[in-house]
Design a binder for this molecule. Sequence first.
Ligand SMILES: Cc1cc2nc3c(=O)[nH]c(=O)nc-3n(C[C@H](O)[C@H](O)[C@H](O)COP(=O)(O)OP(=O)(O)OC[C@H]3O[C@@H](n4cnc5c(N)ncnc54)[C@H](O)[C@@H]3O)c2cc1C
Ligand SMILES: C[S@@+](CC[C@H](N)C(=O)[O-])C[C@H]1O[C@@H](n2cnc3c(N)ncnc32)[C@H](O)[C@@H]1O
Length: 649
Amino acid sequence: MSRKPHAGPLRPARIDFSDPLAPLAPEFGDVYHSRAGALPQSRHVFLGANGLPGRWAGREEFVILETGFGLGNNFLATWDAWRQDPARCQRLVFISIEKHPLQGEDLQRAHAGSELAELAAALHAAWPPLTPDLHRLSFEGGRVQLLLCLGDARAWLRELVAEVDAFYLDGFNPKQNPEMWDAYLLKALGRLAAPGASAGTWSVAPQVREGLAAAGFQVERQRGFANKGGMCVARYAPRHQPQKPAGRLALAPGARRALVIGAGLAGAACAWALAQRGIHSTVIDEHAAPAQASSGNPGGLFHGTLNPDDGVHARFNRAAALETERVLREHGAALPWLQQGLLRLETRLTLAQMQAQLARLGLPPNYVKALDTAAAAELSGLALQHPAWLYPGGGALPPPAWVAHLLAESGAQLRLGHQVAQLRQAADGGWQAWDEEKTLIAEAPLLVLAGGHRAQALLQALAPDLPLPLLQLRGQLSHVPELPAALNTRTRPRLPVAGLGYAIADTAQGLWCGATSQDGDLDPDLREADHARNLAQFSELAGLTPDDGPLQAQGGRVGWRMATADRLPLVGGLPVLGDGALPDQLRFLPRRPGLAVCMGMGSRGISWAALCAQVLAAQVTGAPLPLEASLVEAIDPARFALRQQRAKG
Ligand SMILES: Cc1cc2nc3c(=O)[nH]c(=O)nc-3n(C[C@H](O)[C@H](O)[C@H](O)COP(=O)(O)OP(=O)(O)OC[C@H]3O[C@@H](n4cnc5c(N)ncnc54)[C@H](O)[C@@H]3O)c2cc1C
Ligand SMILES: C[S@@+](CC[C@H](N)C(=O)[O-])C[C@H]1O[C@@H](n2cnc3c(N)ncnc32)[C@H](O)[C@@H]1O
């Protein structure tokens, strides 16, 4: 679980643009593309060697993997070819790995005057903060996806879960950059290759040809681009096609309809992500409207996190927060209110220690910044007593509006006011949801359980022997509808603040403070003691003194968070547990067909739901996973079973 796709901070590219025809990477002593033209080179070598656009014609999905994203010319040329092609595949997934990504301004500079200016501008607009993660950039309404893996190619190839149809091998020259072409790296391509996969590169160096052949490719030399004598064209034809591990097989290949239990953040996000892959959902909820349980809070926060060793929690939360930020950028205007930017107080570290931590991790300021107390106070408008982390892409939003938006985007059919009492699998493998009166509510080939804490019994009935350490955490929010006039400007945060509890300004004159957390407490009523606790925390956060007088809560909201013991969600297929020992790796553990769960959103459903849903939808269809394998395993519903087996020795 400790393996990471990138050790140490990312170093962005340093580019010498003095020759406008061929930008140079001085560190590698090589140019990014031929002087005879980047796009013509892409079309001849990478599209040409891989038989594109012809090979994607009529396909539902086509997957390309590139080593070395560089300036992104290969991606732009491929996207352009896809756009121009009337026979294009339904969805194009372009995975690219880059150790030294460009800063946004260099990307813009590299494409100034490009013949593909419109596409280059869209790429620039979607360019992510340079963190060592897998960034899912979405274009053409989700039909073109760029999975940008920032870090070293060797490490990322181990972490990718994908079946690749075409490889673009575009590291710098093997002489200057042998690590991008060695036998180990090329062998890793074989593990990812779909039957009949192809590969292309401008390099005809013996180590490349021999490495590809050793990895199971049949290699041919063809006419190269411009003054290049040759290029490599390869086709994957191994003696034995490797078997896909049982735990990574698509959960419902070919399914076109899904039954989603739960119309909260998790269920709505799953319906949205499935719709992007052509799967239509029927969403069932016991309430008369969506987002009435945990997801019914008037406002909530979303943001990343960081910890000194950049462990699994920090990486997962960062990936999820960045995905949410990207999706909101695409859809945000449709929400009634959305605050962008969030402060998280730091009560243990000094500013110098915070800055040292950021420098060590190499996290960029458009993801997180360390602010001193005065700057944080100035930004929030509160008399804060601590330095703070500023997450510029974090913020606050109203979950019910977000749920409504995702459901509308998904085109899902809603079956509201139906409580599912039983889930049954029919003889044909399809799933049925039945109510208390033994009436069938709906059925579909794929079942997605996304019912939050209210669906724990359904989950346990589906997987009675699966160890699932779950918590139900009661939480109470307190509403202060109107602040004393003297306090208004000092206590209504200009942007959401978290740390000692949290505070969000409401859309009128007041604010929401949260939140308590009590495990196993089923009391549905608002409690004065909990209000007092929330307001005391807020008073401390806002630097209020007894002279400022007491704040009065009027109303609030109680809800329950379903969390797991390791504070990560449950996303993916449920395992088939036989009588014997389990395999020692999650990827070898077979899953029940047609069934997936998206639960355990804990206190972070707003930040997590979009990424979890994208992972689930990819697992359902067998598409490339938009999250690295080590994190997919960290949220696998079967992880506790394996941990239990290991603990028993
Ligand atoms: C006080 C409080 C403050 C919070 N603050 C934040 C925050 O600031 N940021 C953040 O990210 N998260 C926050 N959370 C957590 C967040 O609200 C949850 O993580 C999220 O709402 C969970 O979404 P969900 O879709 O999994 O569950 P839910 O929203 O509970 O949705 C599940 C739905 O499924 C339905 N259902 C279940 N079983 C059945 C059945 N058998 N038949 C029919 N329908 C069924 C339920 O009734 C429900 O409507 C907070 C939670 C609380 C309680
Ligand atoms: C020739 S350029 C790629 C050009 C690019 N495909 C394009 O279309 O613009 C080679 C790229 O490989 C990257 N690179 C070099 N070594 C790497 C490694 N070990 N892992 C990942 N990327 C690497 C470089 O930073 C550089 O951006």
